[in-house]
Design a protein. Sequence first.
Length: 152
Amino acid sequence: MRHLFSLALVVLGFNASAQWVVKVVNDDPFEPAYTICYNTETTKGTALLKMEESDGKILFYTSGGYICDERVSVTMSFKINGEWERVDLRSCMVIKSKLCILSQNLANEDWVEKVRTAEQIAIMINESHCDSERFMFNNEDANDALTAWSKQ
């Protein structure tokens, strides 16, 4: 029981303080370390918004629920200076019914500045025959996440 209580405190403490976290990962002794950035600060439910480098490009994706379709449309809204700005994405790839790729090269997207400056990011994954998934993330420290790879 004591272990369960300790685990609950750790989980609650982690979720309460998390925003964009920049982390260097070195989980394979035969491969070089790499940088990931993630955000688990949602206003409801559990979800993940993540950036990582792949072939010199920043991959940007989300996960948090089961996604039925292999390709989905996604609506993202960015709260900037108290106003919501909407971006619609078409044919986003879904991997293993869990990960929805929002961008395969975030630095080249015309909406990257919205990611950098938004107070909150709302994401709705629109599916053809399952319920839509909705996530909302607080977005503090997004600039640090976006510049993580330029510091290496």
